[in-house]
Design a protein around this ligand. Sequence first.
Ligand code: PLP
Length: 392
Amino acid sequence: MTLSGVATKLAPGNKPFDGTLPFIDLKAQYALIEKNVQKRMAQVLEHGNYIMGPEVADLEKKLCAYTGAKHTVSCSSGTDAVWLPLLALGVRPGDAVFVPSFTFTATAEAVALCGASPVFVDVHQDTFNMCPESLERAITQVKKHSTLTPRAIITVDLFGLPADYASIASIAAAHELKLIADAAQSFGGSIQGRKVGSLAPVTATSFFPAKPLGCYGDGGAIFLDDDEMNETLCSIRIHGRGLGGKYDNVRIGTNARLDTLQAAILLEKLVLFPKELEDRQKVAALYSKELACVADVPEVPETYQSAWAQYTLKNPKREHVIAVLKDCGIPLQVYYPKPLHLQTPYKDFPLDPKGLKNTEALSRAVFSLPMHPYLQPVVQHYIITRIKEALS
Ligand SMILES: *Cc1c(COP(=O)(O)O)cnc(C)c1O
């Protein structure tokens, strides 16, 4: 089938087809929830509690129920969700925090913003997630050959797949390091039925519009069980506020609140989310079934469930595939073309002494396909056919 043939089969009501399929179709989602979102937004405009209004507390309660975490601290972005726990732990100059290099900038940025040193760790070539052996080497290196104090590990659930928490938590315990999960891409994922948000002592997620659960602006949340850290995070989120009211400041904090309007939108999107997760799973399953013969399809370990923020293939002919598919109106994206340890602001920080071979190889081979819950089978088959042609 041709692209215009596909376009005419797209559900009626879609905007005139502009020649390129959406990489993530937020408009199809909005069409389903438009009335309810507008109703919820109108309620906020009427009650006028724009900052920390009732929707924020309601959302936090519902996110606890969904993730199984005791506490949810909503905040203004995924970046803040990674940064605030580091502030709460007192991470400071002279500290080392171990992070993967194959991730979005914010993971390492949060560490550097505390004045601490990110230490870059390699990833596993099949899961794209932090490699426990590389982590061990990096910790040993820092302990033996630097003046830095190892303080914490930030794992990343890349493309929606939870990291190897069992292995990494035991390394963290053995070296007395704090463990923070950067789950900006994996809200909804799980291991053995345990949801992201309850897989690590502290979990950060993002509600950036393109993430599995996105709002209509910036937003994020931190999930945790610890009562004391919960109080600290709630205080840091509002300028280090103490119990004595608005102008009682007990620590240095920041302004990192989630807008009431965004909470209202997320409450509506959360209703849709379980079904969306199932549909993402179906899209991923069809891609893997059809493409396994021409490409390395993503590996999901047994008992793991990905949130499928991205569906990512590896192939050394990447640039060719991207060019061919572009001509067919199919957008592909590369996450991430340049690892963090090779980027200017991060190039002088320490790394695994054996180097980051998988990270560097992946950055040259990965590409992500259109992935969202509203990808119709006819469109997906069109994409699959064009990819098979480009790769054979
Ligand atoms: C998106 C993302 C973040 C940052 O989230 P924002 O809400 O955009 O600040 C952090 N870490 C990872 C791995 C991400 O993908």
